[in-house]
Design a binder for this molecule. Structure first.
Ligand SMILES: [Mg+2]
Length: 299
């Protein structure tokens, strides 16, 4: 089946990193990791596209909301590694619409707020609008949280409540809509998980719990057993399991780790355990849970 995974597996196969390279992690995680010689920090790199008609509609999203979400998506990937953003490069293609000064003002403003000041990019015209946001971050050498570290017996946790963004997209109003257009990248939480809890694996929930947990399990070579995750008020179980763009963190810890009930008022909830089943197999209350989250290439 043609899917994001089939493409990334193929690219990874054909993009072998030379042993001499300072690139210590390539395709397949939230960020690539680059280790400059002698540096106390590893550098993190991630890039995400935000496309009109796929990620936003110019009729429903304000220019400032488009700018915010485009940046937040990449900043969230830095959070998933336990890092801090350092700078951003943003390429923008404008569609039929007039130049949008509000979009560019918001890009500069939110990039600064995320501590990822704009350092360059590119501009073009296209038949539809899109943004490509690259964010560089850093993390103390050798400490980045990866997807591949979960082992059988480790506990599975999530931050926040899930399904709010999917609910917002459906309702286009209220708290859920705000959740959809103003997701909060969990930078401080990611740092806490890395430095204090020593989480064994972590990723951000961009495409839905079912698919993202499957990806974490594939990377770690194990299975997962979960119960129902905490739900955003009004969200359905389907939205909480398969709805994307919540940008909460999904993480695992060794058994017995003292995880607080909340961090900076963000609830932390244990949803299950890593198991010894087939790599990538996820079960909800004992029944197989297919990864139905958002795959851009699946048909
Ligand atoms: Mg991610």
């Amino acid at each position: 089946m043609f899917s994001e995974r089939s493409v990334t597996d193929r690219l990874r196969e054909k993009s072998r990193i030379p042993a001499s390279s300072a690139l210590v992690l390539g395709i397949g995680d939230d960020c690539a990791i680059y280790r400059p010689r002698g540096s106390a920090d590893d550098l993190l790199f991630t890039t995400d596209m935000c496309i009109e008609g796929v990620h936003f509609e110019t009729g429903t999203h304000k220019p400032a909301e488009i700018a915010y979400v485009a940046l937040a998506r990449s900043v969230s990937d830095i959070a998933a590694m336990g890092g801090r953003p350092r700078f951003s490069l943003v390429s923008v293609a404008l569609g039929e619409q007039k130049p949008m000064p509000a979009l560019f003002d918001a890009l500069a403003k939110y990039a600064a707020e995320f501590e990822a000041p704009l350092a360059g990019g590119d501009l073009a015209r296209s038949d539809r609008m899109f943004l490509d946001v690259m964010v560089a971050g850093s993390v103390p050498r050798g400490t980045a949280l990866r997807r591949a570290g979960a082992r059988p017996g480790h506990e599975i946790w999530v931050s926040g409540a899930l399904g709010g963004s999917a609910l917002g997209l459906e309702k286009k109003t209220g708290k859920a809509w705000r959740r959809h257009v103003r997701p909060q990248p969990r930078i401080e939480l990611g740092e806490f998980l890395r430095s204090k809890l020593r989480a064994t694996a972590c990723m951000d929930l961009s495409d839905g719990l079912s698919l993202d947990l499957e990806r974490l399990c594939v990377a770690s070579g194990c299975s997962a057993d979960i119960a129902e995750p905490p739900r955003f008020p009004g969200a359905t179980l389907e939205q909480a399991l398969h709805g994307g763009e919540d940008y909460e963190l999904l993480f695992t810890v060794r058994p017995g780790t003292r995880v607080p009930a909340q961090f900076n008022r963000i609830p932390l909830t244990r949803i299950g355990n890593i198991g010894v089943g087939a790599a990538g197999e996820v079960r909800l209350n004992g029944a197989r849970l297919p990864g139905l989250g958002y795959d851009h290439l699946r048909r």
